[in-house]
Design a protein around this ligand. Sequence first.
Ligand SMILES: [Zn+2]
Length: 176
Amino acid sequence: MEQEKPFNPVSSRINWDEYFMLQAIMASFRSKDPNTKVGCVFVDDNNHQLSMGYNGQIAGIDETKTPWSNDKTLPLQQQKYAYVVHSEANAILHAKSDLSHSKCYVTLFPCHECAKMIATVRVKEIIYLSDKYSDSIENRISKQIFDMTGIKYRGLNLRREIFTDLSNYFSSVISE
Ligand SMILES: [Zn+2]
């Protein structure tokens, strides 16, 4: 009797968390900030992308007249903090659809200003890559806001194999 041949089980090389975090990383590559490049992607329950953003100067502003300095001893008008819109704020401002109950993949844990907006549009979960400012008061306020509004947050570790896969891919498509 002929043995039935089942299809081989197949799987994607990256899972959804990894896929969207890589998209958030690519968004961050668009940032012109010389010190901190942040990207994010908002996703619905069906793993469809709703919006994306990266940190940048105010849209339409003459960027030759605005600073990128992060030196907080300078007058505020000479600091980037006066003019830069964060990645999460950009994604929320430019979203074409409702972001409530969405997930936010972001390369850096949100600051308290973005946390306010994220909570206000009723995002349900934050997935972040880095939390390097976890000791800051702004960061603690963000977590307090998320805890008070029932927003879940978790860090994501990208597997080493992904970088090997990507590296092999680039080697195969990029000519010398
Ligand atoms: Zn922010």
